[in-house]
Design a protein around this ligand. Structure first.
Ligand code: URA
Ligand code: SF4
Length: 212
């Protein structure tokens, strides 16, 4: 199965998953989105109100902020993979519980294996805990470390930075470092930047326009 097919298969499974109690209150599950060959994977906590409505990750206020942070780092949202540790919304946006995290873990593991990103950016404490347990986000944010076959960079959650003005400079600085850290990660892993597909340019044919 190609990586695209694996991701589509996971999305299909997640859409009907009943492996934890979050399925009883979800409207739409949110598998995550982005290219199967993304070099960077962003992993948040769980869908919020808007994500639950739309079935897409980071589309509310923190999503807008995430898009801004990406743009500031010279990255396009379409070039990265964005998902969460749990694929269904915890009621009232509470933290996902341990049993929910473990029930949903295999989907995330399969996504990581299929995409094989050079860098995983964890957004917030809960996502960080999966890869770098036992540390404080306030001391390790923005630091890249090798975890298994790839690199992990813990960052503050965009929602936290939106609500606590004091965190904003830190999250901005951490995102600004991403392009350099990506070069470093590629070098260490012996990987090259993926060749981007050419964008399709639609040129209107004036002769055809005359037909109407
Ligand atoms: N917060 C998250 O952690 N994930 C989302 O998808 C949206 C908000
Ligand atoms: Fe299944 Fe994960 Fe949704 Fe729980 S959160 S129902 S494990 S997809």
């Amino acid at each position: 199965m190609s990586a695209e097919e694996t991701l589509a298969q996971i999305a299909n499974e997640v859409a009907v998953c009943e492996n934890c109690s979050l399925h009883t209150t979800r409207k739409k599950s949110v598998p995550g989105e982005g290219p199967a060959n993304a070099e960077i994977m962003f992993i948040g906590e769980g869908p919020g109100f808007h994500e639950n409505e739309q079935g897409r990750p980071f589309v509310g206020a923190s999503g807008n902020f995430l898009s801004q942070l990406l743009a500031q780092a010279g990255l396009k949202r379409e070039d990265v993979f964005i998902c969460n540790v749990v694929k269904c919304r915890p009621p009232e946006n509470r933290d996902p519980a341990a049993d929910e995290l473990s029930a949903c873990n295999l989907y995330l593991e399969r996504q990581i294996e299929a995409i094989n990103p050079s860098i995983i950016v964890t957004l917030g404490r809960i996502s960080m805990g999966k890869f770098v347990p036992g540390v404080k986000i306030s001391t390790v944010h923005g630091e890249m470390r090798k975890v298994g076959e790839r690199f992990v960079i813990p960052m503050f959650h965009p929602a936290a930075a939106l609500h606590q003005a004091a965190l904003k400079p830190a999250i901005l600085a951490d995102f600004a470092k991403l392009p350099e850290l990506l070069k470093e990660a590629r070098k260490a892993l012996g990987k090259k930047a993926p060749v981007k597909k050419k964008e399709t340019v639609i040129v209107e044919d004036p002769k055809q326009l005359n037909m109407f």
